[in-house]
Design a protein around this ligand. Structure first.
Ligand SMILES: Cc1cc2nc3c(=O)[nH]c(=O)nc-3n(C[C@H](O)[C@H](O)[C@H](O)COP(=O)(O)OP(=O)(O)OC[C@H]3O[C@@H](n4cnc5c(N)ncnc54)[C@H](O)[C@@H]3O)c2cc1C
Length: 381
């Protein structure tokens, strides 16, 4: 009988997993013993890190997408549809468009994270963000017109995708306005919910003096409760108020209703074993990438490395062997610290990161990686 692996979501985690499985299980798939189905609710694969560059006019939205059919191995059954239900007792997922249930022997959830600006009153109306295509394009237009005033970069929701992206945005904005001779007319404030500039202590220690030297004001213990778009004021849980002329906010994030409804995680993030990626709430269900509740960053690199480990595990299981591969939390994040320099951090569940001094070489390495990302998506890198 054919064994079916169903993957929901063809973002970084899902596509790398599918292409790795196509390679590792090529013989079994060709023989009809195994089927791998990859379900995604859109025809394109989206490389979200590109959106950081869109507001500064360095990339376009088109740079962030490629058709899935060009990236997914022919051995994979690529299905463009939205999964709107998961039944872990019957071992089926329901496809909203086709109106059918697909059975699975092994199910991998890789639906990513959703941004929910509407959760904070006034934020959608009063703020901008670069965490989605429309937001990044609107912010590009707004920045192009912004020649003086107070720019506030505010981390409203944690956890959020790419924990270093707000820092990058603030430092890139500083350099961008300097390059245009406007920096003296633009004040920049960066806010963060806890008592330092970043959740990772070593990153906060690195970023604090850098922001200070660049004249970027840092406000900590700053938890936005609501935004008043008329007065252009952010009101915080702590009772503070901050006026802005342009607000760039990292919106609250949410996991998936599918996860809550299937009883796999109350907050919408799948409760998983951090090493095996097995869901704790059901048998033969796994999760990786942003939708998994893992003790590491919600980062594409984490999804990529987890997908490699999970592909090895699933291939072993499908062949009736004991799986030995485990995900160790490996995560690598480049951090732009201006418009022409960057650093990076690398860490796992055991090792904390140490940011290196920023350099042009690392900046060009980040841009080079972004260009070659499509090879990662294809499972080549
Ligand atoms: C501005 C920005 C900058 C970033 N920069 C970096 C960076 O420099 N380095 C880094 O490592 N990470 C970065 N990230 C984070 C990175 O993009 C994410 O961590 C990564 O995309 C997570 O991969 P994923 O596969 O879990 O989810 P995603 O890539 O979000 O993919 C999820 C997929 O599932 C689909 N889907 C969702 N629900 C359903 C459903 N019900 N049915 C079918 N399909 C569904 C979605 O359409 C999507 O295609 C950045 C993110 C942002 C927003």
């Amino acid at each position: 009988m054919t064994e079916r692996i169903v993957i929901v979501g063809a973002g970084t985690g899902g596509i790398v997993l599918a292409n790795n499985l196509a390679e590792e299980l090529a013989t079994e798939i060709d023989a009809g013993d195994i089927e791998v189905q990859l379900v995604n609710d859109g025809e394109d694969h989206v490389y979200k890190p590109t959106w950081l560059y869109v507001p500064f006019g360095e990339k376009t939205l088109a740079d962030a997408t490629r058709p899935l059919v060009d990236l997914v191995d022919d051995r994979i059954d690529l299905t463009i549809d939205r999964v709107d239900g998961v039944d872990t007792d019957d071992k089926t997922v329901s496809l909203a468009g086709a109106g059918v249930d697909e059975s699975y022997d092994h199910l991998v959830l890789a639906m990513g994270a959703q941004v929910t600006p509407e959760e904070t009153p006034g934020l959608a109306e009063g703020g901008h963000h670069f965490y989605g295509p429309e937001g990044a394009a609107a912010l590009r237009d707004e920045l192009a017109e912004f020649t003086e005033g107070h720019l506030v970069v505010s981390v409203v929701g944690v956890p959020h995708m790419c924990p270093v992206a707000p820092l990058e945005f603030a430092l890139m904005a500083d350099a961008w306005f300097r390059d245009r001779g406007l920096r003296e007319d633009v004040d920049i404030t960066y806010t963060y919910p806890i008592g330092r500039a970043h959740g990772i202590e070593s990153v906060a220690e690195w970023a604090g003096p850098l922001m200070d030297g660049r004249d970027v004001e840092v406000e900590t213990f700053f938890n936005a409760e609501r935004v008043d778009p008329d007065t252009k004021t952010i009101h915080t849980v702590e009772g503070r108020e901050l006026d802005y002329d342009l607000l760039v906010a990292i919106p609250p994030h949410d996991g998936s209703d599918l996860v809550r409804e299937a009883g796999l995680g109350d907050d919408g993030w799948v409760d998983v074993d951090p090493n095996t990626l097995e869901a704790r709430g059901a048998d033969d269900v796994y999760a990786l990438g942003d939708v998994a509740d893992l003790p590491t960053s919600k980062a594409g690199s984490a999804a990529h490395y987890a997908a490699g480990a999970l592909a090895d595990r699933l291939a072993s299981i499908a062949r009736g062997e004991r799986p030995t591969a485990e995900y160790d939390g490996k995560t690598v994040c480049f951090i732009e610290s201006g418009t022409d320099e960057a650093t990076y951090i690398a860490f796992d569940y055991e090792e904390s990161p140490t940011p290196k001094p920023p350099s042009k070489l690392i900046h060009w390495s980040k841009l080079g990686y972004n260009r070659s990302y499509w090879l990662t998506a294809r499972g080549v890198l």
